[in-house]
Design a protein. Structure first.
Length: 226
């Protein structure tokens, strides 16, 4: 598991090439974590320096026209709309939601957190799905885990991006608190356990269903349900 955004993912975010669900996870983490914002600034600076270092001959004569044409295209940027998130309208959130939901996530939450369609997933875990472009491929959710409760032991068929919004959890020898980020894939078998006092509220982005690996994993997988 990775507990910080690696260079490749950060570069994809800076370049605007991430799908909106993953861009949302990255932007949410950046809004909460000073170290991650510093890495983002360094990547932006590096990218600008590389562009400045290009010879004039490296660009075609019509390069500017191509860029301007793309900016005029009404579909330009749709798949990465989540990349430009700071300063977006809060969407009429109540005070409780404003206190917990960082700016990048606010446009996707209407009204209050309690008003979301929370579904029980067993063992003190509840989930509220978030519908946004790319949700036919990605599963984007807010996940609440009661204090001291454990998620089912699982691995992944794809990648899982997690951003802690409140509380925290322990995953093996890794402790994650509010603002922290974790990326897991098929090589990871883990079982997060929520903080004993606060529990945990997380943003979760999956690009494939999880694969339960515990004793009952073959019986039921709550994250295959709608």
């Amino acid at each position: 598991m990775q507990t910080q955004i690696d260079d490749a993912l950060m570069l994809d975010y800076v370049s605007g090439s991430l799908a909106e669900p993953v861009a949302l996870a990255v932007a949410t983490h950046l809004s909460l974590n000073d170290r991650a914002r510093s890495a983002y600034t360094e990547t932006m600076t590096l990218g600008g320096g590389l562009l400045c270092a290009l010879d004039d001959e490296s660009l075609s004569d019509d390069a500017l026209d191509d860029v301007l044409a793309r900016l005029d295209d009404e579909d330009f940027g749709d798949e990465t709309a989540g990349a430009e998130m700071p300063g977006m309208d809060a969407g009429g959130l109540d005070d409780a939601a404003l206190a917990l939901v960082p700016e990048p996530l606010r446009p996707y939450i209407k009204g209050s957190l309690d008003g979301l369609d929370w579904k029980r997933r067993g063992n003190g875990v509840t989930e509220a799905r978030i519908d946004l472009p790319g949700s036919d491929v990605f599963r984007v959710s807010l996940l609440k885990v009661d204090p001291g409760r454990a998620m089912p032991q699982h691995s992944h068929r794809g990648r899982e991006y997690t951003v802690v919004l409140q509380g925290g959890y322990r995953d093996g020898d890794i402790d994650l608190d509010a603002g922290d980020f974790c990326e897991a894939d098929g090589e990871d078998i883990h079982q997060p356990v929520a903080d004993a006092k606060e529990g945990c509220l997380c943003l979760i982005v999956l690009d494939a269903p999880v694969r339960l690996t515990g004793a009952l994993g073959w019986v039921v997988n709550p994250f295959l349900k709608t």
